[in-house]
Design a protein around this ligand. Sequence first.
Ligand code: SAM
Ligand code: DTB
Ligand code: SF4
Length: 322
Amino acid sequence: MNTATLWTIESLESLYHQPFSTLLFQAQQVHQTQFPNHDIQLSTLLSIKTGRCSEDCKYCSQSGHYKTAVEKQTLLDNDTVIKRAQQARDNGSHRFCMGGAWKSPPDKDFPKVLDMVRSVKDLGLETCLTAGMLTEAQAQQLKEAGLDYYNHNLDTSREYYPEIISTHTYDDRLDTLRKVQQAGMKVCCGGILNLGESVTDRLKLLLELANLDPYPESVPINKLVPIPGTPLANNKSIDPFDFVRTIAVARIIMPRARIRLSAGRNDMSDELQALCFLAGANSIFYGETLLTTPLPEQDKDQLLLKRLGFKTSMAKETEDVA
Ligand code: SAM
Ligand code: DTB
Ligand code: SF4
């Protein structure tokens, strides 16, 4: 049961529009109470199937609807995945997230995906998969294979969603999230900023997330990585302080969630990333690449976290969302 406050859009607007320092102070109070260890969770991503996706998500390098420079790749073999997961573990990652560019995982590939989940789990890593819409049976099989988290983002508000994607609906997304929760897996669900949405759209996204029951254990906040060839390639960048404010509101309304400073870090200064951590982000994608675009160098990330006094040697995630 989600016994937390039932938030309203008005309460989120009031939080968001406070003076910046008041908002960050409030977020810090929640953060320091809930996460006194000053640790940052590290997740490594691997694209297990790249490109030729049937969906028309306007931000995505992998949509088959746009001409992008992305190199297409059919499903990787299990040995390749195991090697990459071992590397991630050796580099200090806690969680290994596998991403497949599908509307939903096809029957012919699904058993291989289950094998990948088993193999990564056997390495002692937390497992995460993002592969589109699931049936109840698929969710159950993933749970049995040892999948800890399923990533499925709501991305933006219900109202703005059709401006960005026409090949599936917001309710399709919510339906898969429900199946994941019913199968007993943890949910990783967040969104992207800089799609051309309003502040209210961002807050409505956060409201949808916070009012899930329970709210997601993991909340990735992405900043659009503009991809040449996609309809959003030339979006003007949002005010970085709006990005920080959004993270702060997420921290306040989802106190126990791991909030991940996700895509977009590559063009953020150290100072902006530090502000995002101050606002309550306590997880990053770490490694050489996200799915198809680069991440900051690992040495640079380690140095930044060290300069800020964060620990990356956390125990595996054991806390559940209260
Ligand atoms: N096909 C699956 C799906 O849509 O759920 C999984 C992969 S998809 C790439 C996962 C998420 O990555 C998207 O929901 C979106 O939030 C994020 N994403 C994709 N392209 C992005 C981009 N160019 N910039 C920022 N985030 C992006
Ligand atoms: C999420 O919220 N962000 C990740 C992960 N979940 C799958 C993906 C970001 C993709 C960024 C663009 C790219 O590398 O293609
Ligand atoms: Fe396909 Fe996912 Fe990209 Fe949408 S975001 S085009 S569903 S890979």
